[in-house]
Design a protein around this ligand. Structure first.
Ligand code: BG6
Length: 302
């Protein structure tokens, strides 16, 4: 494995045995690339803003300490972790099997306004591990203050959905042969309650074995107990997402119409990604003084 500092604001990691690689911006500790078996696995919008003036539209932004907005805190949408400059803590392990690196964020790195909006003493440690076919991202939150605090957190993963032309018998029709987000299947969510953010936060139970994406989807599946969520891309590939220490799973795609209203999302980008986001967002996590909470995900590329 090789660590390159050619661009000081990006950490590049390589798993030498397999040629898997990843890139992480110190801004937001946002993973912006994960390549394995010769393919890019994370989506980044063609209009993503990469000059540290806005959260990166794609990859894996870290949502903390609020999901969306919360009335009691005057914080930006999805909190400050994804718009703060993290510290590079270095390589933790480097073996033939894996390479693991860490990033840190504490309140000292926040602007005065953010510290005022969320007046807690905390330490975030984010560990990114790469093996031949797997990416593991784990966040730990330590309460270093003298009072308990509450938070939500989420790993806002934009999985890449490759656009491929699927060969089918003649007569050839482009729309029938195009493989994109409308052709994927997500399994592992059956029987779980979800909050439908597209339908005024109505609560329903998922009755489909295979969840498909037709148009805008924004659902918070709460307390997902299944050990893995499988994203089948319909052409023999996909992802298996396993979570640890977190309860909920968000499935989000902006859809064609809203994509046109989002400044940092290209009009034709939406078919190329699906967000499967693991986190604790259904309820606040209460963290007592001196306590540490840990949660994260393992994504295996098929
Ligand atoms: C998802 C939310 O996690 O993030 C959506 O469920 C939201 O409601 C999306 O639109 C993107 O948020 P943002 O702040 O990055 O535009």
């Amino acid at each position: 494995a090789l660590l390159s500092h050619s661009q000081p604001h990006i950490v590049s990691i390589h798993h030498a045995a397999s040629a898997a690689s990843a890139e992480i911006y110190l801004y937001g500790a946002t993973l912006s690339s994960w390549k394995t078996k010769g393919k890019e696995r994370l989506f980044v919008s063609t209009k993503a803003i990469l000059d540290e003036s806005k959260a990166i539209r794609g990859g894996i932004p870290v949502v903390f300490p609020v999901f969306g907005t919360q009335e009691q805190f005057n914080l930006p949408q999805h909190g400050f972790a994804r718009i703060s400059k993290w510290e590079w803590l270095g390589i933790i392990t480097e073996t033939d099997e894996e390479i693991s690196v860490q990033f840190g964020l504490g309140e000292a790195k926040l602007t005065d306004a953010l510290r005022l909006a969320w007046p807690n003493s905390f330490r975030l440690t984010y560990t990114v591990t790469l093996t031949a076919d797997m990416l593991k991202t784990v966040l730990s939150v330590k309460n270093e203050g003298s009072n308990a605090f509450e938070f939500n957190t989420l790993l806002h993963t934009y999985l890449s959905v490759p656009l491929v032309i699927v060969p089918t018998p003649l007569p050839f029709r482009f729309d029938r042969n195009l493989q994109d987000v409308s052709r994927i299947h997500i399994s592992g969510l059956t029987g779980h309650t979800f909050v439908d953010k597209v339908a005024a936060n109505a609560r329903h139970v998922e009755d489909r074995e295979l969840v498909t994406i037709q148009g805008e989807v924004d659902r918070v599946y709460v307390d997902v107990q299944t050990p893995e969520i499988r994203v089948d891309d319909g052409v023999g590939g996909g992802y298996v997402v396993r979570k640890t220490g977190v309860r909920d799973t968000v499935v989000w795609n902006i859809g064609a119409e809203k994509a046109r209203t989002m400044a940092d999302m290209g009009d034709n980008d939406w078919p190329h990604y699906i967000c499967v986001e693991v986190g604790s967002v259904g309820e606040l996590v209460l963290l007592g003084r001196g306590e540490t909470w840990t949660g994260g995900q393992t994504i295996t590329a098929l």
